[in-house]
Design a protein around this ligand. Sequence first.
Ligand code: 6PG
Length: 254
Amino acid sequence: MASRQHPEIIITADAQALAETAAERMLSRIKQAKGRAAVCLTGGSSPERLYQLLSLEPYRNNLPWDRVHWFIGDDRFVPIDDPLSNMGMARRIFLDRVEAPDGNIHPIATDMDSPDVAARRYEAELKRFYGADWLDPKRPLFNLVLMGLGIDGHTASLFPHVPALDEMERWVVGIEKAGLEPFVPRVTLTFPALASTREMLFLVGGRDKSEILARVLSGEDLPASRARSQGEFVWLVDRAAALKDHHATSPADV
Ligand code: 6PG
């Protein structure tokens, strides 16, 4: 495993402040992009407040929707209108409510024969968008990658002990069986693809995340501890999740 990358840790007062800080970072990251910007969204409940904010002013008006492309870091292998679909959730909460052109929304196709076929297809789509088959560290794929943290230490759909944790070639893989019950097959970007970004932003909120957050930040070998970013690497954490002493390297209160 490559050496550990120490993140910047930003602690916010509560879930609302966490969402507002994330929205501001997203807006400024997108504005910094000269032409099109690529954002890799995350699923789960943690980003929901952020997504709601994006559908409201001032973000609704200030985001240059026509030049932002929206990808998803992982999804469950279910139809997009299924309540378990991550991209379905993002569409319902904000993408369908704003001026985001349909061609700028890049869901994982879950009507394929298997998660592996869907993964290969999404990888091809990412390569087409990027314009090359190899990730150049000088030219990151994404402007911003959002990430979440599961209570077992997973991030995206990279769960403890799955072979995908060590995948270095593929950009996207299918996950047939892993994770917490009830199990749903999934498709996930791999660590090298997720790392190809100008900024990786973890969103971690709530008391139930405090124990696993402390373990990840102390360097225990858990999936989320393997996340890397070629650009900025930021953990945005609310006070409830940060309750335990978690070895912050450069905490800043927001
Ligand atoms: C998913 C996610 C997953 C998520 C964590 C945290 O498909 O569920 O992408 O990695 O980020 O499980 O989920 P919560 O935000 O719901 O705690």
